[in-house]
Design a protein around this ligand. Structure first.
Ligand code: NAD
Length: 290
């Protein structure tokens, strides 16, 4: 396939490289001066999109996605597919899908989980929203860049799944960290805490697969000085998207709202910026109730 790839940052570059490695003809564009093995660089987003069967975008936010869509949709060939893998607000995802459909294009919102490691290893999970035909068109590419793709529903459903998942993740990580900090103060050994909770009703991905306590459970960023991993800044971004969506859908999400407020304080006023999101544990460790 002839693929245009726009946004070749931490995630986009390895994803595009994997598509090129699999034999696809990939033309890329990024605002920054970036080169990616096997990818031909274009001088503009529109140039990368011209003549492509599929255009993939991997951009920082919805505002930038809308701006890029203004440029590329008119340049794309009728019947081609626009696949946005960025994490953006549901409203932007739906607006871009409408714009693409009006121009006779297929479109999929397909945010990912799996992070930079998943992007490099081709093991991402895609959560996709769009028509069956659009999902089918993108599927062979999802198979190269990832290990699983779930068709979640119509336009915006992929983004909805992503932010709901990450809202649960933010809340359970905070709960896990505050419980470890309480256990410390009660004199409970962290390994014993893990042994019990990981096999009891308090278990979760945060405890079992990504334990925030160093030296306990499987290897995780906690064992590497809380170097990300999944940065607290990105968790804050996703929590903000979840609360923006909750606001526009009139959904009551008190735990999500509190998780957003805690991560905002951690990233903006404390030492959380650039640290893994599980560094909430050392944050709680040093605090009392006051
Ligand atoms: P990044 O900042 O490393 O990459 C974004 C790239 O987009 C940059 O290279 C930037 O120069 C480029 N860009 C910005 N505006 C542009 C424009 N107008 N035209 C062309 N290029 C432009 O970010 P990332 O970590 O690669 O994340 C990309 C997306 O994936 C985000 O939406 C993020 O939330 C999501 N995501 C990231 C991770 C992660 O672990 N990094 C995990 C899951 C999802």
């Amino acid at each position: 396939m002839k693929i245009g790839f726009i946004g070749l940052g931490n995630m986009g570059a390895p994803m595009a490289a994997n598509l090129a490695k699999a034999g696809h003809d990939v033309t890329g564009f990024d605002m920054a001066d970036i080169s990616v093995e096997g990818v031909t660089m274009a001088g503009s987003a529109a140039e990368a999109a011209t003549g492509a069967d599929v255009v993939i975008t991997m951009l920082p936010n919805g505002q930038i996605l809308r701006k890029v869509a203004e440029e590329i949709v008119p340049a794309m060939t009728k019947g081609a597919a626009l696949v946005d893998c960025s994490t953006v607000d549901v409203d932007s995802a739906r607006a871009v899908a409408e714009q693409a459909q009006a121009a006779g294009l297929l479109s999929v919102d397909a945010p990912v989980s799996g992070g930079i490691g998943g992007a490099a290893g081709g093991t991402l999970t895609f959560m996709a929203g769009g028509s069956e035909a659009a999902f089918e068109r993108a599927s062979p590419l999802f198979d190269i860049m990832g290990q699983k793709a779930v068709h979640c529903g119509e336009a915006g459903a992929g983004q909805a799944a992503k932010i709901c998942n990450n809202m649960i993740l933010g809340v359970t990580m905070i709960a896990t960290c505050e419980a470890f900090a309480l256990a410390d103060k009660l004199g409970l050994d962290r390994q014993k805490m893990f042994d019990v909770v990981s096999t009891s009703s308090g278990y979760s991905w945060s405890m079992n697969a990504y334990c925030p306590a160093p030296g306990v459970g499987p290897q995780s960023p906690a064992d590497n000085g809380y170097k990300p991993g999944f940065a607290a800044d990105l968790m804050l971004k996703d929590l903000r998207l979840s609360q923006q969506a909750a606001e526009s859908a009139d959904a009551d999400t008190p735990m999500g709202a509190l998780a957003q407020a805690l991560y905002a304080r951690f990233v903006e006023d404390e030492d959380g910026a650039g640290r893994d999101f599980s560094a909430m544990l050392p944050r709680f460790e040093t605090r009392g109730r006051g």
